[in-house]
Design a protein around this ligand. Structure first.
Ligand SMILES: C[S@@+](CC[C@H](N)C(=O)[O-])C[C@H]1O[C@@H](n2cnc3c(N)ncnc32)[C@H](O)[C@@H]1O
Ligand SMILES: [Zn+2]
Length: 280
């Protein structure tokens, strides 16, 4: 894209190109009309897996207000995202930014603050969470995304090759098929576009791995979602199955332990965060 403009939509039901996400677009293929409710576009496929439907309720627990979620639960993430991660995919030439599985979507707000000239699209599979919290986060951080939309990471409702930067943070590990989402991300990246995904790599030593896998399985069952433990080697295999090499995966440097090999060693007993980087 030359100038900042809304993303071009691809129908999540029939796959036909719909055009820019403005006004009241409708699909010439299946007739579906696209609407925004409470400031959030509904772009989910009409039919989707139960785990994805359940995600809509999974984060609404305890009625915590937006500010508390943001500044109590996510305060370190806000800082890392702002200072360490986003700057590696954004610069002053960035005209279009897409966040996937954004939840509160503070990454989108931070991206908008860094690159006001870019068109920022914030998405998550949960329209409820977007309406209740993400839209508020834009106000609290003083830089709202240009568009909020409910979208499935595994069936992105956007035409090919249009985003300069795509970002996701701890999202792929709860998808039925993370490889499918990576192929979708690759499809929507513009030439030269960059993707950064921050994910969790579970411990690789059997006893610690089993402990974490049990805890995650219990949470997944409780909320009816697809969350599961994925080890470093499994991330490598997922990337490999999509045609991406081992260089696309690396441990995120810790505050105390920076060396990648030491992080991998420590990953025997404790989870670490990993960065998935793709450049189209
Ligand atoms: C652990 S939260 C992370 C939220 C946010 N990225 C952050 O780091 O604060 C995982 C998010 O992924 C979203 N999610 C789960 N399945 C998804 C899917 N199929 N497509 C898009 N987002 C999804 C959830 O709704 C939730 O907001
Ligand atoms: Zn259609």
């Amino acid at each position: 894209m030359d100038s900042a403009e809304p993303p071009r939509l691809r129908c999540p039901d029939c796959g036909k190109a719909v055009g820019p996400l403005v006004g009241q677009p409708s699909c010439q293929g299946c007739g579906r009309r696209f609407v925004a409710e409470g400031g959030v576009w509904e772009l989910l496929p009409a039919s989707r897996e139960t785990v994805k439907v359940n995600e809509d309720q999974a984060h609404v627990e305890a009625g915590l207000p937006t500010w508390r979620r943001l500044f109590m639960h996510k305060r370190y993430w806000l800082e890392w995202c702002d200072t360490d991660w986003l700057p590696t995919i954004l610069d002053q030439r960035t005209r279009s930014f897409l966040e996937i599985g954004g939840g509160l979507c503070y990454a989108s707000a931070l991206a908008k603050a860094k690159t006001p000239g870019a068109y920022v699209t914030a998405t998550d599979v949960s329209p409820l969470y977007l309406r209740h919290h993400a839209v508020n986060v834009g106000r609290v951080l003083g830089a709202a995304a240009d568009t909020y939309a409910a979208a499935d990471a595994e069936a992105l409702p956007f035409e090919d090759g249009q985003f300069d930067a795509v970002y996701s943070q701890v999202v792929l590990y709860r998808l039925p098929d993370p490889g499918r989402a990576l192929r979708e991300i690759w499809r929507v990246l513009a030439a030269g576009g960059r993707y950064l995904g921050i994910e969790r790599a579970s411990p690789w030593a059997a006893v610690w791995r089993a402990r974490e896998a049990r805890a995650m399985r219990a949470r997944a069952i409780q909320h009816g979602v697809g969350e599961r433990a994925i080890r470093y080697r499994e991330w490598e295999a997922i990337l490999h199955s999509c045609g991406f090499g081992a260089e696309s995966l690396s441990p995120v440097a810790g505050r105390r332990v920076r060396a990648p090999w030491l992080r991998r060693l420590g990953n025997a007993a404790r989870p670490i965060y990993v960065a998935i980087r793709l450049t189209r």
